[in-house]
Design a protein around this ligand. Sequence first.
Ligand code: UD1
Length: 418
Amino acid sequence: MEKLIIQGNHPLNGEIKISGAKNAALPILAASLLSQSSIQISNIPHLQDVTTIVSLLGQMGANITLDERTNIEVNASQLTSFHAPYDLVRTMRASILVLGPLLSRLGEAEVSLPGGCAIGTRPVDQHLKGLQAMGAEIQIERGYIKAKAKQLRGTRIVMDIVTVTGTENIMMAGVLAKGQTIIQNAAREPEVEDLANFLNTLGAKISGAGTSTIVIDGVEKLGGGCYHVLPDRIETGTYLAAAAITSGKIKLKNTRPDLLKSVLVKLEEAGAEIETGIDWISLDMKGKRPRAVNVSTAPYPAFPTDMQAQIMALNAVAEGSGSITETVFENRFMHVQELQRMGANISLKGNTAICTGTPDLHGAPVMATDLRASASLVLAGLAAKGETVINRIYHIDRGYECIEEKLAQLGARIHRLP
Ligand code: UD1
């Protein structure tokens, strides 16, 4: 199994480009099943999760052309299957995103239940409840969601909790439904808005995406079109945190500061000097050690749960103590034990982690347990004295494009061992 080897304790310095957002690319690719015309999507990141959803679309009969850059062409005019098998779904929970489009386009869908995962049980009840309210008949049989609906009907759906892929699934189902679908208590994440913009480019009638009420007026069919995926705000935040933790100075291009205001505020509290333009962000620690910050995760626009582990790594080396409360997922502190192996002082009380920083984090062999936990270990390794070896890095490749190349470009001493 591949490993990342990091020689730490060197400040990051330089410029890199941010990739397209994984969490926008996945629903956009799933939504391309709704159209019978050809669609070109650019700024797609090269990631394992993207490969998984592309395999799923291929399995349904969609024709997919990839070029050597970041462009994908999807033609789903001839779908031959509505079956999303366990083998693919189990590797990526976001595979559930094909449920709404398949049901809407073909009147039937069979999608494996994603099951549990390292960061909690993550049920899909809200997805199913919304689709049932639109007239779908749903049964769970032998680990599969079996959904049928001759014609989905628009209705008002009040989500019990804010769910990102749940909102996206219902929004996609509403596009070709009869009448108007209203989603209340919708997720406001920028990736939900990006999906709506993509669908509107193809002829959908969606308004309010990015707010907590989304209105979808059903249309007969969608056309083709071209779309450029928005930048990855979590990748952006991760590299900014990497610069802050190493007392470095970096500039990130092809990104959007408006997507991660809550993260920028916390990095400024940690002592970073941040400057922004429309599509760039620079961060300068002026050689100083960061200060610990208090963070509580919540749905957008609050501090993202997908940045929690990285901020924990920052607190681990910072001056002072900071508390981090995780309110979105029930079991998202898997990185704590690994950070402790590197010398971090962290104590857990329920869903809150109190961390008192130390300037003496030391390299150690550690194990990546999920995508963002892995990122926090990379960050800790960059700041720690000596060598850190990160095992099970396939988690990182699910969500970070060329992470060691980008970090090496910023001066990090990092390489991959096959
Ligand atoms: C998406 C993101 C993920 C991010 C998360 C929260 C994608 C592909 N993934 O995941 O990176 O960490 O949002 O910002 O966009 N829940 C239910 N019932 C449901 C659905 C969700 O109880 O039917 C719960 C979950 O267990 C969790 C919370 O709602 O506690 C939020 O989950 P959700 O927003 O659905 O996460 P994902 O969409 O899976």
